[in-house]
Design a binder for this molecule. Structure first.
Ligand SMILES: NC(=O)c1ccc[n+]([C@@H]2O[C@H](COP(=O)([O-])OP(=O)(O)OC[C@H]3O[C@@H](n4cnc5c(N)ncnc54)[C@H](O)[C@@H]3O)[C@@H](O)[C@H]2O)c1
Ligand SMILES: O=c1ccn([C@@H]2O[C@H](COP(=O)(O)OP(=O)(O)O[C@H]3O[C@H](CO)[C@@H](O)[C@H](O)[C@H]3O)[C@@H](O)[C@H]2O)c(=O)[nH]1
Length: 452
C-alpha cells in the first residue's frame, strides 16, 4: 500500500517538503489557511523564491501527485501521515516562540482525522516539551477506535538549498513513543535510508533539542568569528585569513566562519531567543546565557555598518551629534536586502535593518536585490527600490553591500566608477578584493578589517 501524505503549512518548509514527498513517489496534499497561497500553488506557481522548487511543484501538480487545499477535512479523511510545517515566529513583543499556529493546526487536524490509523509528524521548530504536550492533546481527541499517534521529525534544510537538503539530508532525526510510528517514518524516508543517511531514532525531547542545538551552534560559530572581527578592526589583521587558519583544524572546520554583518532570517535569530526563553521557564536560564551574548555580538555588526557609514560620510566631522546623523541628506545605495543569497526571504534581514536605519537617520536610500525587493517593500515601503545595481548606485555618496549575491561578488570598480557621486563603499560581507578597489580610487571598508 502506498502512503498518502499531507503537509500542513505550505511556506518555505512545507511547500518544499510537499513537493519533495511527491518527487519520492507519494501522493501528497498541502494544506494552508492562506487561500492566496493555495490558489497560487494549485496553479503550479510557487509564491516565493527557492531554486529548483518551482520546477518540482509544477511537475507534480501536472502529474496529479501533488494537490493543495484549505480544507483540513479533506486530508483528515485521506492521509496516513500528516506533517506539521506551520510557522513558529518570535512572539510579538517577546522572545519566546509563538505556538498559536502549531497548536491550532494540530487541534484542527486531530479533529478532522477520520481514518482508522494516522500519524501526525511535527516538523516545525518548537520549544522542548511541545511534542509531549501535543501527544496528550492528540490522544485526548480520539477514542480507542482510531489509532492516532504523534512523532517529532525536525527539519534542517537551508533556504537556497531546500530541495537538495530535503531529498538528500545529512541526517534524519525522529522522536517517537512507539516502534510502529518509527517504522512508518522509515517507510516515508526509505529512499534516504537506502543511501545510508544517518537515522537518529530517539525520544521527543532529544528530537526537539537537536534542532535548536544545531541552530544555536551555527549562530555561535558566526558570532564567534564576528567577535574576533571586532578585535581585528581595532588592532589590524585579516579576519578571513584567521578563519581559514583555524578552519584547517578539522575539529573546528571552515564552514560558518564567514565574518560579516552576521546572521538573520526566519530561523537562527528567533530560535536562539526562543531557546533562552524556554530554558528560563525551566529554571535553567544560566545554561544558555551565552546565547544572549551571541545575539548581541550579531546585532552589534549591524551597528558597526551604521557607524562606518557615519564615519565615511561625515568626513572630518566623522559622526553624529545629538540631533543629526552624518548620513542625513546623503544618497546611499544598499545592495542586497534578503538575509542571504538565493532566497527572497527578508525576515530579520541585516540588510533591511541597516537600510531602514539609514533611511530613518535621514539618508536617501536606494535598494537593489535580485529577489528580495518585493518582500522588503511590503515591510519597509519608503525605501527606493530599483531594478539594477547601477540604478541603485547612480549618484550615490556611499554603496553598502549587505548580501553576497553572485552578481555583487563579481562587481568590479569599473562597473561603478562613473555611476556614483563618491567612490565610497562598505563591503559588509567581505567579498570584494579591497586592494583592487583602492587602486581605482575607492575608499572601501570591510567588516573585520581595520579602517583608517
Ligand atoms: N524556512 C526554513 O528554512 C526552515 C527550515 C527548517 C525549519 N523551519 C521551521 O519550520 C516552520 C515553518 O517555517 P517557514 O519558514 O516555512 O514559515 P512560513 O511562514 O514560510 O510558512 C508557514 C505557513 O503556515 C501556514 N499556517 C499558519 N497556520 C496554519 C494552520 N493553522 N493551518 C495550516 N497552515 C497554517 C501559514 O499560512 C504559512 O503559509 C518554523 O517552525 C521554522 O522555524 C524553517
Ligand atoms: O559563515 C556564515 C554563514 C552564515 N551566515 C549568515 O547566517 C544566516 C543564516 O544562514 P543559513 O544558516 O545558511 O540560513 P537558513 O536558511 O536560515 O538555515 C538555518 O536555519 C534553518 C531553519 O532552522 C535550518 O534548518 C538550517 O539548518 C540553518 O542553517 C544568514 O543571514 C547568513 O548570511 C554568516 O553570516 N556567516
Amino acid at each position: 500500500m502506498t502512503l498518502n501524505i499531507s503537509v500542513i503549512g505550505t511556506g518555505y518548509l512545507g511547500a518544499t517538503h510537499a513537493a519533495c514527498m511527491a518527487e519520492l513517489g507519494f501522493d501528497v496534499i498541502g494544506v494552508d489557511v492562506d487561500p492566496e497561497k493555495i490558489d497560487s500553488l494549485s496553479r503550479g506557481d510557487l509564491p516565493f523564491h527557492e531554486p529548483g522548487l518551482p520546477e518540482l511543484i509544477r511537475k507534480h501538480v501536472d502529474s496529479g501527485r501533488l494537490r493543495f487545499t484549505t480544507d483540513m477535512g479533506e486530508v483528515g479523511a485521506w492521509a496516513d501521515v500528516h506533517f506539521i510545517a506551520v510557522g513558529t515566529p518570535q512572539l510579538p513583543g517577546g522572545t519566546g516562540a509563538d505556538m498559536t499556529y502549531v497548536d491550532a493546526a494540530t487541534t484542527s487536524l486531530a479533529q478532522a482525522i477520520t481514518k482508522d490509523r494516522a500519524l501526525i509528524v511535527g516538523k516545525s521548530t518548537v520549544p522542548v516539551g511541545t511534542a509531549a504536550r501535543l501527544y496528550d492533546l492528540v490522544k485526548a481527541e480520539k477514542n480507542d477506535d482510531v489509532d492516532l499517534s504523534l512523532a517529532w521529525n525536525p527539519e534542517f534544510l537551508r533556504e537556497g538549498f531546500a530541495v537538495k537538503d530535503t531529498v538528500e539530508p545529512d541526517r534524519l532525526v525522529v522522536g517517537t513513543r512507539h516502534e510502529a510510528d518509527e517504522q512508518l517514518l522509515r517507510e516515508v524516508y526509505a529512499e534516504a535510508l537506502d543511501r545510508s543517511t544517518p537515522w537518529v531514532s530517539t525520544d521527543f525531547e532529544t528530537a526537539e533539542l537537536v534542532k535548536v542545538a544545531a541552530n544555536a551552534f551555527l549562530a555561535t560559530k558566526i558570532s564567534f568569528i564576528n567577535a574576533f572581527s571586532e578585535v581585528t578592526e581595532t588592532v589590524g589583521g585579516d579576519i578571513a585569513t584567521l578563519a581559514d587558519a583555524i578552519g584547517f583544524d578539522e575539529r573546528i572546520g571552515r564552514k560558518f566562519l564567514n565574518a560579516g554583518v552576521g546572521f538573520g532570517g526566519g530561523c537562527l535569530p528567533k530560535d536562539i531567543r526562543a531557546l533562552q526563553t524556554r530554558v528560563g521557564e525551566l529554571g535553567l536560564d544560566h545554561t544558555m546565557r551565552f546565547l544572549n551574548e551571541m545575539d548581541h555580538i550579531n546585532l552589534r555588526r549591524r551597528d558597526r555598518v551604521i557607524s562606518l557609514a557615519e564615519e565615511i560620510l561625515g568626513g572630518d566631522y566623522a559622526g553624529t551629534d545629538e540631533n543629526h546623523s552624518a548620513v542625513e541628506g546623503k544618497r546611499i545605495a544598499v545592495l542586497g536586502i534578503t538575509f542571504k543569497p538565493l532566497s527572497d526571504d527578508v525576515r530579520d534581514s541585516p540588510g533591511l535593518d541597516i537600510a531602514g536605519r539609514l533611511y530613518n537617520a535621514g539618508a536617501d536610500v536606494s535598494v537593489y536585490d535580485p529577489q528580495g525587493n518585493a518582500n522588503a517593500a511590503k515591510r519597509f515601503p519608503r525605501l527606493g527600490y530599483v531594478d539594477s545595481m547601477t540604478e541603485a548606485a547612480r549618484g550615490a555618496d556611499l554603496v553598502v553591500l549587505t548580501t553576497e549575491w553572485n552578481e555583487f561578488k563579481q562587481l568590479a570598480p569599473a562597473d561603478l566608477n562613473e555611476v556614483v557621486a563618491k567612490r565610497q563603499f562598505i563591503d559588509a560581507r567581505n567579498v570584494l578584493p579591497a586592494p583592487e578597489w583602492e587602486q581605482a580610487g575607492w575608499t572601501i571598508a570591510q567588516l573585520g578589517r581595520k579602517f583608517d
